[in-house]
Ligand binder design. Structure first.
Ligand SMILES: *Cc1c(COP(=O)(O)O)cnc(C)c1O
Length: 227
């Protein structure tokens, strides 16, 4: 896999959009991550705590690690020392634990509120009223070690373009409403994380600021045993 070439391609796709690339490295060995780093990638996304924690010490320290998968409260402590952004915040309880663990390390952890935009019930994420309930809570308003920098969503696994556009547009709408109601005058609230290998073009057209791309850079993932 010509990783450097693929990264250059994505760089050219992102030029002029203001959006950035999160290279999704799950299942791939550290050597491939290093190859991507050497080719200039700095934002890396992993979806499992155990894998993220295993890889992070093996790689350069200026990588901005994004956790993009569902996070259990009891695992926050493992990523709190180094994670840059937790993209998958879907409850106040989780946010409270992130606050607690970030405080222990004297850090501020950036967080995205994950919204449920897909038709599939199995996917995680908040509704707009649930997100607003978090933002209106006293618990959230007292937090000093989390910084909510935007929203994230995983679209339906489909190649139906109008459908995908609707879901991306829905997420952008949530972003805009939250920005107006809770984050006016706060430029740090600026991220709309949406779009993956198969649908990033549409996501960019619908206003994505962070695309999360794995297989189009690193090739197909092998989930098999003893790969
Ligand atoms: C795996 C994953 C991606 C990347 O998927 P690709 O199709 O390989 O680009 C993006 N976002 C999330 C949340 C993922 O789990």
């Amino acid at each position: 896999m010509p990783i450097a070439e693929n990264l250059r391609y994505f760089e050219s796709q992102l030029q002029g959009t203001g959006a950035r690339l999160v290279a999704v490295t799950k299942t791939h060995p550290v050597a491939l991550l290093q190859e991507a780093y050497d080719a200039g990638a700095r934002l890396f996304g992993e979806n499992k705590v155990q894998e993220l924690v295993a890889k992070q010490p093996e790689l350069p320290q200026d990588i901005e690690w994004h956790l993009i998968g569902h996070l259990q409260t009891n695992k926050v402590k493992y990523v709190a020392p180094f994670v840059h952004t937790i993209q998958s915040v879907d409850s106040l309880k989780l946010l409270q634990e992130i606050e607690k663990q970030a405080a222990k390390h004297g850090r501020v952890i950036q967080c995205l509120l994950q919204f449920h935009i897909a038709a599939e019930e199995t996917k995680f994420g908040l509704s707009l009223p649930e997100a607003e309930e978090i933002l209106q809570s006293e618990a959230y308003q007292a937090m000093r070690h989390v910084l909510i920098t935007g929203v994230m969503g995983v679209a339906t696994n489909t190649d139906d373009e109008p459908h995908l556009r609707r879901e991306f547009g829905e997420l952008r709408g949530y972003f805009e409403q939250l920005q107006a109601r809770y984050f006016a005058q706060q430029p740090a609230f600026r991220e709309i994380s949406m779009g993956m290998s198969s649908d990033y073009r549409l996501a960019l057209e619908e206003g994505s600021t962070l695309i999360r791309v794995g297989s189009a850079i690193f090739g197909a993932r092998n989930y098999g045993v003893a790969g």
